[in-house]
Design a binder for this molecule. Structure first.
Ligand SMILES: Cc1cc2nc3c(=O)[nH]c(=O)nc-3n(C[C@H](O)[C@H](O)[C@H](O)COP(=O)(O)O)c2cc1C
Length: 266
C-alpha cells in the first residue's frame, strides 16, 4: 500500500478507534461457526460491516480487524477493500501487525485498571442482577458464562436437561472465553443453584483456566438452597485458588455488607 494511503487509513481508523475502544469481548459462534470469531460490544451490538480497532487483551494497544456485514471477523485473507489480515484477523502490512495506542475510558463494565472479574451464569436473570451489583461495587470487569447450546426457555425442559447433565457430571461447551485471565487477581463466580449444585457449564468454564494464586469468590442465587453444597466442586475446579466464603445473594442489598466483611471493598 502506498504510504499516503496507509497514513490516511490510519487517520480514518484513529477516528473510528476513539469511538470503539470500549469494553467488549471476543466470542466464537455456535456450531457450525465455532471456529469463527465475532466481537460483542456487550451493549447489545457487535462489530460488523467494516474495520474496527480492538484492544482485546486491554493492554493499551489495539489491532485492527475486519468484520463482514453479519459480524464475522476476517482471518488469513484479503479484505474486500484490499488489505491483508493475518491468521488472528489483525490487519498486517508485509507481515507487520498494525497497532494503535488506546486509552480505555472508564465504562460501566470496564475500568481499564480492574484486576478483578465477575463471571456469572444466569438463565432467568436473578444471578445476573447480583453479578451487576458486585460489578458496580468493585469496578470489576463483567462477563457472562454462556452455554454453547443454550438452555430451553421451558422450566421443565431445563430441569430435565440439567438433571441429566448432573447425573452424567457433564461439561457442556461454553462460548465464553477470557483472553487474558492472567490480568485478574480476584474472580467472582456467580451461578444459580441447580439441584443443590452449580450448573455444569460453570464447571466447564472454570476448568479451562489456571487458577493458581487467584482469589475466587463464589456467589449464588436459588429458590431456597444455600451455597455450601456447591462449593466443593467449585474448589475442585479452581485448583490453586484461594476460594473465599461464598454467599447466597438473592437479596442484592446483602452484597455490600458481605463484600465489606470479606475485605473486598472498603
Ligand atoms: C434446573 C434447575 C434446578 C434448580 N434447583 C434448585 C435447587 O436445588 N434449590 C433451589 O433453591 N433452587 C433451585 N432452582 C431455582 C434457581 O436456583 C433459582 O430460581 C435461581 O435464582 C435462578 O437464577 P437465574 O435467574 O440467574 O437463572 C433450580 C432451578 C432450575 C432451573
Amino acid at each position: 500500500m502506498k504510504k499516503k494511503a496507509l497514513f490516511l487509513m490510519v487517520m480514518v481508523m484513529s477516528i473510528l478507534m476513539s469511538m470503539t475502544a470500549f469494553a467488549g469481548v471476543w466470542r466464537t459462534g455456535a456450531a457450525p461457526n465455532e471456529n469463527r470469531w465475532w466481537y460483542d460490544n456487550e451493549d447489545g451490538t457487535w462489530a460488523a460491516g467494516g474495520w474496527q480497532w480492538i484492544d482485546g487483551n486491554r493492554d493499551g494497544t489495539a489491532e485492527c480487524y475486519y468484520f463482514d456485514n453479519e459480524g464475522w471477523m476476517a482471518a488469513g485473507t484479503m479484505t474486500p477493500d484490499g488489505y491483508q489480515v493475518n491468521g488472528d484477523g489483525a490487519w498486517a502490512e508485509n507481515g507487520v501487525v498494525m497497532t494503535q495506542t488506546v486509552s480505555l475510558p472508564a465504562s460501566p463494565t470496564h475500568t481499564g485498571e480492574a484486576s478483578s472479574l465477575v463471571v456469572y451464569f444466569s438463565r432467568t436473570g436473578t444471578t445476573e442482577s447480583a453479578a451487576r451489583r458486585i460489578q458496580e461495587l468493585t469496578g470489576a470487569d463483567l462477563m457472562v458464562i454462556e452455554a454453547a447450546d443454550p438452555y430451553p426457555s421451558s422450566y421443565s425442559d431445563t430441569l430435565s436437561r440439567a438433571e441429566q447433565e448432573l447425573d452424567q457430571d457433564a461439561r457442556p461447551a461454553v462460548t465464553t472465553t477470557i483472553e487474558d485471565m492472567g490480568q485478574y487477581d480476584a474472580v467472582y463466580v456467580g451461578y444459580p443453584i441447580w439441584f443443590g449444585y452449580a450448573p455444569r457449564p460453570v464447571l466447564t468454564f472454570l476448568e479451562a483456566y489456571d487458577w493458581s494464586g487467584k482469589t475466587v469468590v463464589p456467589f449464588c442465587t436459588s429458590r431456597s438452597s444455600g451455597i455450601s453444597a456447591s462449593l466443593g466442586e467449585i474448589r475442585e475446579s479452581c485448583p490453586g485458588a484461594n476460594v473465599m466464603e461464598g454467599q447466597r445473594v438473592n437479596d442484592t442489598s446483602s452484597i455490600e455488607p458481605w463484600l465489606r466483611r470479606l475485605g473486598l471493598i472498603l
